[in-house]
Design a protein around this ligand. Structure first.
Ligand code: GAR
Length: 221
């Protein structure tokens, strides 16, 4: 069966992008990365992708008059790449309703919290301040409201008394790197799909529940 054609959008470091690229090197993985697009030319992830001979593009949002013009160019680029599914991986631009509608259910995102808690920025600081004992990350289909949309998969990690924003972020990031390839595999294989505001998963696999096992202390930095 033809592989699902993926474009990854980044704005910075790109460690989740690396995890997706790595997963796609598996011959039985149902997706292939056909491009990486960054809205910042200094995004660290661009070097990693280019080194792996993945076509990279920079689309600097500051070069456009407004959000609509930027997104029109982004849509043309994506269409030229014949993309089936777009993965946001630390892509720090809000997207308009019309862009999200154009790519409805073809746009997924990772966020470093157990949504619907702690949407937006400073996620880990707010999680620590709130006193939650479990944190985590979510991969979801994108809807117009920030960090919202049908949830595909989530992973949980513990919060320890001595955690700082940095130690919690590192523990969650390690979980993100496992969760995003898992969620992409579910969607690219057709096993998971959005139905209304929920995701239906065919033959939910008990192995998936490993993602919910509390991380050991070896995750801490
Ligand atoms: C990740 O933690 C990702 O979940 C977060 O940005 C980081 C990007 O790191 N995304 C959001 O907060 C989206 N709202 P990376 O560039 O190393 O993948």
């Amino acid at each position: 069966m033809a592989k699902c054609r993926i474009v990854i959008l980044i704005s910075g470091r790109g460690s989740n992008m690396e995890a997706l690229i790595e997963a796609c090197t598996r011959s039985d993985f149902p997706a292939e990365i056909v491009g990486v697009i960054s809205n910042r030319k200094d995004a660290g992830g661009l070097i990693y992708a280019a080194d792996r001979k993945i076509p990279v593009e920079v689309l600097d949002h500051r070069a456009f008059e407004n959000r609509e013009d930027f997104e029109a160019s982004l849509t043309s680029l994506l269409e030229n790449m014949k993309v089936d599914l777009v993965c946001l991986a630390g892509f720090m631009r809000l997207l308009t309703d019309s862009f999200v509608s154009r790519w409805l259910d073809k746009l997924i995102n990772i966020h470093p919290s157990l949504l619907p808690s702690f949407k937006g920025l400073d996620t880990h600081a707010r999680a620590l301040a709130s006193g939650v004992r479990i944190a985590g990350c979510s991969v979801h289909f994108v809807r117009a409201d920030m960090d919202s949309g049908p949830i595909i998969a989530q992973a949980a990690v513990p919060v320890f008394t001595n955690d700082t924003q940095e130690s919690l972020a590192a523990r969650v990031l390690a979980a993100e790197h496992k969760l995003y390839p898992h969620a992409l595999e579910l969607v690219a294989s057709g096993q998971a799909r959005a139905v209304g505001e929920r995701v239906i998963i065919d033959n939910d696999d008990p192995v998936d529940t490993q993602l919910f096992a509390p991380a050991t202390r070896s995750y801490t930095t």
